[in-house]
Design a protein around this ligand. Structure first.
Ligand code: 1GP
Length: 240
C-alpha cells in the first residue's frame, strides 16, 4: 500500500493522523535516538522533514539518521528543491496556491524534475495554503507571497477546491510554523465540508486540547513541529 493509500484507508477507518515535523536546521543529530524513543511511544503516524532555509545535504543526513530509529513513514515537506532526497519515503510536491509567485506554482517543480526522475520517492501533489496568523510567517518571507486572510473563508474554501480540481491529492492548511494562533475550527470545518481529498492542518498547535480541536473540526492529519522543539515533554500528552 502506498503512503497516500494508507492515508485514505485511515480516514475510512476514522483514524486521525499526526505528523511530527522536524526542521533539519533546528534539530541536532545527536538527539535522534532519544527523540525517536518518544516519537515511537506516541500517537504520531508520520514524520515530516523540511524547513524554510536548510543547509544543502542536511536533510539527507537527517533522514538517513531518522530511518535507523523508526518505522514510521518519512515524508519530505521541502522548502526548496535542495531538500529533496531519495532516502525518504515520500514527497509532498507542494504548490503554494494561496500565493501568486510563479516560482512556487510551477518554477520550483520544473527545477525538481531532474532529481525526481528515476527516484523511488512517492510523489504526492499537495495544495499548500498559507493563512495569516498574526505574525509574518517564514513561508511568507521566503516565498514573497501574501497569506490568505482568516476573515475571507469563502476565498480559503475556493482556493482549496481549486487545488482539488487541479488534481492535487492533499490540501494543507498552514498557519505558519510557530503561529501565535492555530487555525480556527470554523475555517477547518468549512474547508473540510467542501473537500473530497484529505485535509492536513498545521501551525501553532501546542497542546492536546488544541490538537483535539483541530481533529474534531475535520483535519485528517495534523502537523506539529515547534511544540516538540520547545519541549519534548509534550510527547507525554500524546502517548499511545
Ligand atoms: C509548519 O505546520 C507546520 O509548517 C507546523 O507548525 O511548528 O507551529 O507546529 P508548528
Amino acid at each position: 500500500m502506498t503512503i497516500y493509500q494508507d492515508i485514505l484507508y485511515s480516514i475510512k477507518k476514522g483514524q486521525k493522523l499526526l505528523a511530527v515535523l522536524i526542521d533539519p536546521d533546528k534539530f541536532s543529530l545527536e538527539n535522534t535516538s532519544s527523540f525517536f524513543e518518544k516519537v515511537n511511544e506516541s500517537i504520531a503516524t508520520h514524520i515530516f522533514v523540511g524547513g524554510s532555509t536548510v543547509e544543502v545535504l542536511a536533510t539527507e543526513k537527517l533522514v538517513h539518521e531518522i530511518k535507523k530509529y523508526t518505522e514510521l513513514p518519512v515524508v519530505l515537506f521541502p522548502g526548496d528543491v535542495t531538500q529533496i532526497t531519495n532516502k525518504a519515503d515520500a514527497l509532498l510536491f507542494l504548490s503554494l496556491i494561496s500565493g501568486r509567485n510563479p516560482d512556487y506554482l510551477i518554477g520550483k517543480h520544473v527545477d525538481a524534475v531532474s532529481k525526481l526522475k528515476g527516484s523511488n520517492l512517492e510523489i504526492i501533489p499537495t495544495g499548500y495554503i498559507l493563512i495569516e496568523s498574526g505574525k509574518v510567517a517564514a513561508v511568507e518571507r521566503v516565498t514573497n507571497t501574501k497569506p490568505l486572510s482568516r476573515n475571507t473563508i469563502r476565498n480559503i474554501t475556493d482556493t482549496a477546491c481549486a487545488g482539488e480540481l487541479l488534481g492535487m491529492k492533499l490540501v494543507y492548511l498552514e498557519a505558519g510554523s510557530g503561529a501565535q494562533e492555530f487555525l480556527s475550527a470554523e475555517i477547518i470545518m468549512r474547508v473540510k465540508n467542501e473537500l473530497n481529498v484529505p485535509l492536513i492542518v498545521g501551525g501553532g498547535i501546542r497542546n492536546r486540547k488544541q490538537l483535539d480541536t483541530v481533529f474534531n473540526a475535520g483535519a485528517d492529519l495534523a502537523v506539529i513541529g515547534t511544540a516538540f522543539e520547545e519541549d519534548e515533554l509534550f510527547f507525554d500528552e500524546l502517548r499511545k
